[in-house]
Design a protein. Structure first.
Length: 156
């Protein structure tokens, strides 16, 4: 009998945890707050300006910026052709799928993904008719490693 009670309690606890975790997944992209953050060579940054998403048909451009307290900034740009959920490869500067980083780690010069240094952008929620985009990205540009995530971006 004691084992049965433990099993029932474990099942109840598991269902409560699963329900709590699922609440955010059930929300529509438009119901979530717009957030964005990125990591450059192991240092995390929260976006200090409204993240930018421009969309023209299948052409998507994402922009993220963090201002530093003493001056300067980190800027990340991701460009890809796509209008569906999925993973897109980030390749060279002239490729339709590309990324750029600029900031103190690059002596304030723009660094692009290029031959041998690639990455991906993964779109996990895309609603072009209502204007909402969520996903992650990861790339290397001239040996600078950049990863990031964004939630509920609205087109600018």
């Amino acid at each position: 009998m004691r084992n049965l009670n433990i099993i029932i309690l474990c099942a109840l606890a598991t269902s409560l945890v699963m329900t709590a975790c699922k609440k955010n997944e059930d929300k529509d992209c438009l119901e979530l707050d717009t957030t964005a953050s990125f990591v450059v060579d192991g240092t995390a940054f929260t976006v200090t300006h409204t993240p930018v998403w421009t969309s023209s048909g299948i052409y998507q451009s994402l922009g993220f910026r963090h201002d530093l307290a003493g001056g300067g900034q980190h800027i990340v740009t991701v460009i890809f052709e796509g209008d569906t959920i999925g993973t897109y490869p980030l390749k060279g500067q002239l490729d339709p799928h590309r990324a750029m980083y600029m900031g103190p780690n690059s002596n304030n010069n723009p660094l692009f993904t290029g031959p041998g240094e690639t990455g991906t952008v993964t779109i996990t929620d895309m609603d072009l008719s209502n204007g909402c985009l969520t996903g992650t990205y990861s790339f290397t540009a001239n040996f600078v490693q950049v990863t990031g995530e964004f939630q509920s971006l609205r087109p600018q």
